[in-house]
Design a protein around this ligand. Structure first.
Ligand code: NI
Length: 175
């Protein structure tokens, strides 16, 4: 297993629709292991393959309470098959947008069909933080970030802040 570098917005690899996975093989399971290691290390509750520069429809998540056992969940080629009419507002963050938070409104519950890490087709309903996270991560596979739900002015301000952060990090790495 290896820690992967998480891309920071703005980056064209975060803005494109990712490719469907055709076979769940050994290389895919290695990618998934790396994604979990990277997500837990960050730490975060979700990570999508495009965030580490991999063009594949793969998501890892773990929204279990921090003081309890881990509940790792892998979703390959996830598709939202139903959403509740009821909406929920949640303050979201993202590993590709360090220290940025914003209120996003999404359906409270969501049903998702996906392949698990063994290649088995699964359908599962999510609520609470799991529902927010699942929708946020699936958005990543479609080149969408949570700041796309915020106003244009706010989004531009955040993008400028992230550009500055990336310049500072590049400078620090050069020394
Ligand atoms: Ni994210």
């Amino acid at each position: 297993m290896a820690l992967r570098t998480i891309l920071i917005h703005p980056d064209p690899r975060l803005k494109r629709a990712a490719k469907p996975v055709e076979t769940v093989d050994k290389a895919m399971r290695r990618l998934i292991a790396d994604m979990f290691e990277t997500m837990y290390d960050a730490p975060g509750v979700g990570l999508a393959a495009p965030q580490i520069g991999v063009d594949a429809r793969v998501v890892v998540m773990d929204c279990a309470p921090k003081d309890g056992p881990r509940e790792p969940l892998t979703m390959i080629n996830p598709e939202v098959v139903r959403t509740s009419e009821e909406l929920n507002e949640h303050e979201e963050g993202c590993l590709s947008l360090p220290d940025v938070y914003g209120l996003v409104t999404r359906p409270t519950t969501v049903g998702v069909r996906f392949l698990d890490e063994t290649g088995k087709l699964v359908e599962r309903d999510f609520d609470g933080l799991w529902a927010t996270c699942a929708q946020h991560e699936i958005d990543h596979l479609n080149g969408r970030l949570f700041i796309d739900y915020l106003g244009a002015a706010r989004r531009m301000m955040i993008t400028d802040r992230m550009k500055k952060l990336k310049r500072e990090r590049a400078k620090a790495a050069a020394h």
